[in-house]
Design a protein around this ligand. Structure first.
Ligand code: VGL
Ligand code: ZN
Length: 212
C-alpha cells in the first residue's frame, strides 16, 4: 500500500469566519473546499484554537491594544481580540463544516501562558500536542494542510510538519489570511515553499485523485 495521506483542517472555527471576533477576510469561502476534499483522504484531522478566557494572547488581559506586540517570556506575542474561548460559540467549528469525516480533533493554545499557532508545538517549541504521535501511529507520511489563517496557524503548522519530516502540501485556495499587513499571505506562501512545502490548488488535488 502507498503511503497514507492526512488532511489537516486548520482552525475552521466561528471566530475566524464572518461575524467572528477575529474574522479572517473571506474565511468562510474555504469551508466548501474542506468539505469537497475530505473524502479524498485516508485520514482527516481538524485543529481547534482553544483558549482559556485568561489567555496571554488576548489584548484584554493586558489592558493593551489589539495588534500591539508584547514581549512575553522569550516570545514576541501579537495581541489579539478575545477569540476561540473554550466553551463559547466562537470556538465551535463553522456550522457548514462537514464533520463526519473528521477522525481526530487537535486542541491548541490551551495553556494560558503561551500561544500556539502551530498544530504541533507551542510558539516556544516547548510542548507538543498529540498530533505528531497520532500521525506516526497512523503511518501518515504526507500531510495536506489548509485552513485559517494562512499567515499564522497554517504557516507555522506547515513549518513544523516539514521540520518533522512529513511531505507537506499546502492547498492554496483552501487558505485565507488575517493580513495585518497587506501581502502577509503571499509572503507566507513563499516562505512555506522556500522551506520545502508543495503548493497545490484543490482542483489539482481532485484531478490527481481522479487519475490514480
Ligand atoms: C490564529 C491568531 C491567533 C490562527 C490563532 O488560527 O491563525 N491567529 N490565534
Ligand atoms: Zn488564538
Amino acid at each position: 500500500m502507498g503511503s497514507k495521506r492526512a488532511l489537516i483542517l486548520v482552525d475552521l472555527q466561528n471566530d475566524f469566519c464572518a461575524g467572528g471576533s477575529l474574522e479572517v477576510p473571506y474565511g468562510d469561502e474555504v469551508i466548501a473546499i474542506a468539505n469537497r476534499l475530505q473524502p479524498l483522504f485516508d485520514l482527516v484531522i481538524a485543529t481547534k484554537d482553544f483558549h482559556p478566557a485568561d489567555h496571554t494572547s488576548f489584548a484584554s488581559n493586558h489592558s493593551a491594544k489589539v495588534g500591539e506586540v508584547m514581549h512575553l517570556g522569550e516570545i514576541n506575542q501579537i495581541l489579539w481580540p478575545d477569540h476561540c474561548v473554550q466553551g463559547t460559540r466562537g470556538a465551535e467549528f463553522h456550522p457548514g463544516l462537514d464533520i463526519q469525516f473528521i477522525h481526530k480533533i487537535i486542541f491548541k493554545g490551551t495553556d494560558k501562558n503561551i500561544d500556539s499557532y502551530s498544530a504541533f508545538f507551542d510558539n516556544a517549541h516547548l510542548r507538543h500536542t498529540e498530533l505528531q504521535d497520532y500521525l506516526h501511529k497512523e503511518n501518515i507520511k504526507e500531510v495536506y494542510i489548509m485552513g485559517l489563517a494562512t499567515d499564522y496557524c497554517v504557516k507555522f503548522s506547515c513549518f513544523d510538519a516539514i521540520q518533522l519530516g512529513f511531505k507537506t502540501v499546502v492547498i492554496v485556495d483552501g487558505c485565507r489570511g488575517v493580513e495585518l499587513k497587506a501581502g502577509d499571505s503571499e509572503n507566507a506562501f513563499k516562505e512555506m515553499r522556500a522551506r520545502g512545502a508543495v503548493l497545490l490548488t484543490s482542483d489539482q488535488l481532485s484531478m490527481e485523485k481522479l487519475c490514480e
